[in-house]
Design a protein around this ligand. Structure first.
Ligand SMILES: *[C@@H]1O[C@H](CO)[C@@H](O)[C@H](O)[C@H]1NC(C)=O
Ligand SMILES: *[C@@H]1O[C@H](CO)[C@@H](O)[C@H](O)[C@H]1NC(C)=O
Ligand SMILES: *[C@@H]1O[C@H](CO)[C@@H](O)[C@H](O)[C@H]1NC(C)=O
Ligand SMILES: *[C@@H]1O[C@H](CO)[C@@H](O)[C@H](O)[C@H]1NC(C)=O
Ligand SMILES: *[C@@H]1O[C@H](CO)[C@@H](O)[C@H](O)[C@H]1NC(C)=O
Ligand SMILES: *[C@@H]1O[C@H](CO)[C@@H](O)[C@H](O)[C@H]1NC(C)=O
Ligand SMILES: *[C@@H]1O[C@H](CO)[C@@H](O)[C@H](O)[C@H]1NC(C)=O
Ligand SMILES: *[C@@H]1O[C@H](CO)[C@@H](O)[C@H](O)[C@H]1NC(C)=O
Ligand SMILES: *[C@@H]1O[C@H](CO)[C@@H](O)[C@H](O)[C@H]1NC(C)=O
Ligand SMILES: *[C@@H]1O[C@H](CO)[C@@H](O)[C@H](O)[C@H]1NC(C)=O
Ligand SMILES: *[C@@H]1O[C@H](CO)[C@@H](O)[C@H](O)[C@H]1NC(C)=O
Ligand SMILES: *[C@@H]1O[C@H](CO)[C@@H](O)[C@H](O)[C@H]1NC(C)=O
Length: 811
């Protein structure tokens, strides 16, 4: 194919025109028939789709774009069957619940992204669903309070883009059509719709400037388009004052022209309100109320609409079907929601592996035998509702109105709303730990409530020290066990006298065997259980999902629980599963908190995955996908309550903001420890394509995802990394790029990562292939990606603030 000159006639005219003021014209260049985009791997599907649509009458085309079937004389079309969620199917029996988007991203593992999406996509396919409403790159993660963050990947567009690429390829390989959602700037749930039963709010408008749009929010959708995404779901919210699904700048100009998206744009619930405006803006699939043959043909007759656009809509509706190979005739019929089909294969193993590999070890102090991994501890106590099953389960009640609270009173392994997983079972930490304890011969006990206080006895141990007295010696014995406990349950005289009966801090907790001697009749309290334990595992969650934002980034009850446990247990280990950033500053500096394991929402094998890491069967290798600040107020963007939500922070969200303002954080983006240690060699950077670098702008074909050469390697950075510890492990080696000032970029940005498994004592060479796009900024005047001239700094590190080696290149 012949290369189009950059800023070729068609393209320049279109981006230069004020698209919104001339609706019909705004879409002209976005028609597939315009030939503006070299369709690459979509070309063959386009030819098939075009040939198919050419046989149709207008009413048959209208049927296709409004979810109808077509019965022609020698052809038929059956509407695509779509289903919510990505990490599993919404509301379906006998399917798997995979780690959600935020956990998958936290693996930083391209193979896992592909494998999970392929396995999940396969379940959709076998259940007879061919259009998956996912993956999610919007919300990107502008605000940490955003309720829908567990479905999405990361506020970093590069990481999110890589996740889009590999999940879409994985799902495509399973024979289903993928739909990136939500397009675009749908960054919070509050006031997203007027249709909720609980509010009468105005749908907010997200207003972001052109540079921010391209450099941040649009970026992952470019990766998705390049990877073969067949559909895009536009959001419920407005952008620049127009509904996203009726915004020509957004859909036709940005998505279809700038990104060359060849597929179908379809609306989220209640997101279409007009006939011609929506169709002209680029919505391809919609309501049969707004789009009847009569209305659309009248529009064609009087110039409000065009035949070319109607044809384009029909083609875009069927192109993904051909691309996914659904014309093979082998597609299974649609299963009912309770029908048994054998779709799960060995996915449970993958779910457990991905879950374990997603967990980040934030802190680990192994002094005095504390911390992780656990080594057959004798007395294990677990705390918090998140440790065990909810009272009724495994599935939560379905809701698109937000979650029932900021924490979940049971083990949280799914978010709510259209991202909600369907569990046929749920492995909790309680279950997995019970089995471990039994195998190791440990003493295992639990107090699975975040706020429990004994009705019969107050905490007895916060001010006591273990008895140093003689065997069984109690210094303050009250043989009358409170709360009706039969003291005869004590299995020795010492344990019986230790039965937690003593009030208020005066009793001994020590028995005959060092710190372990309170017997089995100890009164349950955080303090009592903590005191007597070799290890205290405290489980915390934060709950959110579609329809409601988070009310807090830390929970006072749960933090009080951690503090009480830690005051009494010098080996307190905190495990967190959360939709987004969960602050830890209430207790993180307490030396008795020896380790923290932090993860996203892990799916049906959650408990097993966590326990694999706790016991060292899996060496943790997950890295943070967003920053954990010290205080809530440190984050730049809260929930917006006004009708106009101006993205005044521009590209400065998450670490881009903290770095620009030199704010200290608790744990930086990209952080995560291992049970081993890694040494970084020195990085070297070289130009891999001098000729390409000589051009400020791309010179290639306009193709899926943007100009083709944006994706060509121009710089190569390499170094060697050594595993200097005693166990094998994987490290996510990260590349951050600092641009010359003229590019007006954040202090540094993630522009590469490689997850490498390195055996103890071995070294691995790590090579980053830096693409033109990765060193370009969006030139607003030229409406192009541009390379700035000057010095670029390539820093390689273990997190965004643990940079180990740096190389500079003048470009
Ligand atoms: C759109 O704009 C062009 C160029 O300004 C103009 O010629 C044309 O009449 C406009 N079309 C409509 C439908 O307003
Ligand atoms: C806009 O549309 C009108 C009517 O279809 C057409 O005559 C005109 O050439 C178009 N203008 C541009 C700039 O594409
Ligand atoms: C198409 O034909 C099938 C089988 O004859 C029938 O069940 C279905 O209702 C028809 N659909 C339409 C849209 O006419
Ligand atoms: C359907 O029949 C028409 C008329 O014979 C023909 O032109 C067309 O190619 C056929 N379509 C298919 C899909 O066979
Ligand atoms: C947004 O939602 C909040 C809380 O529901 C409400 O108080 C506020 O009025 C809404 N804002 C608008 C602009 O509707
Ligand atoms: C929204 O408006 C801003 C400011 O005028 C502009 O930079 C941006 O490109 C617009 N976005 C869209 C999608 O039209
Ligand atoms: C075109 O026809 C439609 C349907 O009757 C009508 O709603 C619309 O206002 C007309 N537009 C023009 C420009 O006449
Ligand atoms: C906890 O305290 C006990 C008793 O003093 C001691 O043996 C143990 O090493 C301590 N553990 C840690 C992790 O500090
Ligand atoms: C947790 O304990 C508190 C206080 O004892 C009690 O009110 C609450 O019902 C318990 N929660 C559950 C889920 O059992
Ligand atoms: C023993 O404990 C019970 C229950 O707290 C209390 O009623 C009783 O007075 C105590 N007896 C002594 C001797 O302290
Ligand atoms: C740590 O735990 C021990 C009990 O093992 C307790 O005595 C000490 O006060 C705790 N320290 C802190 C800072 O909470
Ligand atoms: C958003 O920006 C617009 C245009 O600059 C301004 O009129 C409006 O007051 C701003 N809204 C808020 C809530 O800041």
């Amino acid at each position: 194919m012949k290369a189009l000159p950059i800023l070729g006639a068609g393209f320049a005219l279109l981006v230069g025109s004020n698209a919104a003021s001339n609706i019909t014209n705004s879409t002209a260049g976005s028609l597939l028939s315009s030939g503006n985009v070299h369709l690459g791997e979509y070309q063959e599907s386009y030819e098939k789709a075009k040939a198919f649509v050419a046989q149709l009458s207008n009413s048959q085309k209208v049927s296709i774009i409004t979810a109808g079937d077509v019965n022609g004389t020698n052809f038929t079309w059956t509407a695509l069957t779509n289903k919510d969620a990505f990490a599993g199917m919404n509301n379906q029996y006998y399917v798997s619940g995979f780690p959600m988007g935020n956990a998958l991203a936290q693996t930083w593992d391209r193979d896992h992204m592909y494998a999970e999406a392929k396995a999940s996509g396969r379940e959709f396919y076998l259940m007879g669903y061919n259009l998956v409403n996912g993956p999610v790159a919007g919300p990107l993660g502008r605000t940490p309070w955003g309720g829908r963050q567990p479905e999405a990947f990361s506020p970093d567009p590069y990481l999110s883009g890589i996740a889009m690429e590999h999940t879409i390829k994985g799902m495509n390989s399973a024979g289903v059509v993928t739909s990136g959602r939500h397009f675009l700037l749908n960054e919070q749930e509050t006031n997203r719709s007027t249709a909720t039963t609980t509010t009468t709010s105005t749908v907010y408008s997200s207003n972001a400037d052109d540079k921010t749009l391209h450099e941040l929010y649009l970026w992952p959708f470019a990766d998705g388009t390049r990877a073969g995404m067949g559909a895009v779901m536009c959001g419920m919210t407005k952008v620049n004052g127009s509904l996203s699904c009726e915004n020509g700048d957004l859909i036709s100009t940005l998505l279809k022209e700038h990104l060359g998206f060849p597929g179908m744009v379809f609306p989220d619930v209640n997101s279409q309100s007009t006939s011609y405006l929506s169709a002209n803006a680029g919505l391809d699939y919609g309501s049969s109320t707004y789009w009847t043959t009569e209305i659309l043909e009248a529009g064609i007759a009087n110039g409000s609409f065009t035949q070319a656009r109607l044809d384009d809509m029909a083609i875009r509706n069927v192109i993904g079907y051909y691309f996914a190979g659904l014309d093979s005739g082998k597609e299974p019929s649609e299963a009912s929601t309770t029908e048994y089909r054998n779709v799960r294969a060995d996915h449970a193993m993958l779910i457990r592996k991905v879950g374990a590999d997603s967990l980040s070890l934030l802190k680990n102090n192994k002094a005095n035998g504390g911390g992780l991994p656990l080594d057959k501890p004798m007395v294990i106590s677990i705390f918090g509702a998140h440790a065990g099953p909810c009272m009724a389960g495994p599935n939560q009640a379905f809701s698109v109105e937000g979650s029932s609270g900021d924490t979940y009173q049971g083990h949280l392994a799914s978010a709510v709303g259209s991202g909600q997983l369907s569990f046929s079972y749920l492995a909790t930490p309680y279950q997995a730990l019970s089995l471990r304890a039994a195998a190791d011969g440990s003493m295992f006990r639990w107090l699975m409530n975040d706020t429990y206080t004994s009705s019969s006895s107050s905490s007895s141990s916060s001010s006591t020290t273990p008895s140093t007295g003689s065997d069984g010696g109690a210094t303050s014995t009250n043989g009358t066990a409170p709360g009706g406990t039969d003291s005869s349950t004590g299995n020795s005289s010492s344990s019986m006298t230790m039965g937690g009966g003593a009030p208020g801090g005066s009793s001994s907790t020590g028995g005959g065997v060092g710190n372990l001697g309170s017997g089995t009749s100890v009164t349950p309290s955080f303090a009592d259980y903590a005191t007597d334990s070799d290890v205290c595992l405290v489980f915390l969650n934060a709950f959110s999902g579609e329809g409601g934002d988070r009310g807090e980034l830390a929970n006072a009850d749960q933090d009080a629980m951690v503090k009480t446990v830690a005051e009494n247990c010098n080996n307190t280990i905190v495990i967190i599963n959360t939709p987004g950033p969960r602050l830890v500053d209430q207790w993180i500096e307490n030396d008795n908190v020896t380790a923290v394991v932090y993860g996203g929402i892990l799916g049906q094998e959650s408990g097993n995955a966590i326990v694999d890491v706790l016991y060292g069967d899996v060496n943790p290798s997950g890295k943070l996908i967003s920053t954990i600040a010290k205080n809530e107020n440190d984050y730049p963007v809260k929930i917006c309550y006004t009708a106009e939500c101006n993205f005044t922070e521009g590209v400065h969200i998450d670490y881009r903001y903290f770095d620009a303002n030199n704010i200290s954080v608790r744990y930086p983006f990209g952080h995560g420890l291992s049970y081993t240690t890694f040494d970084y060699g020195s990085a070297s950077a070289s130009k891999s394509d001098e000729k390409a670098l000589a051009s400020k702008y791309p010179t290639g074909d306009m193709t899926l995802g943007g100009y083709a050469d944006l994706f060509d390697e121009v710089v190569r950075v390499s170094l060697s990394v050594k595993n200097t510890g005693s166990v094998d492990g994987s490290e996510v080696v990260q590349l951050y790029v600092a641009y010359p000032d003229a590019a007006q970029q954040p202090v540094r940005q993630l522009r590469g990562f490689e997850k490498v498994a390195i055996a103890s004592g071995s070294s691995s060479k790590v090579v980053f292939s830096v693409r033109r796009r990765d060193i370009s900024y969006w030139d607003v005047d030229a409406q192009q990606w541009a390379i700035a001239s000057g010095d670029y700094t390539f820093s390689v590190g273990s997190s965004s603030r643990d940079l180990r080696s740096t190389a500079t290149l003048a470009l």
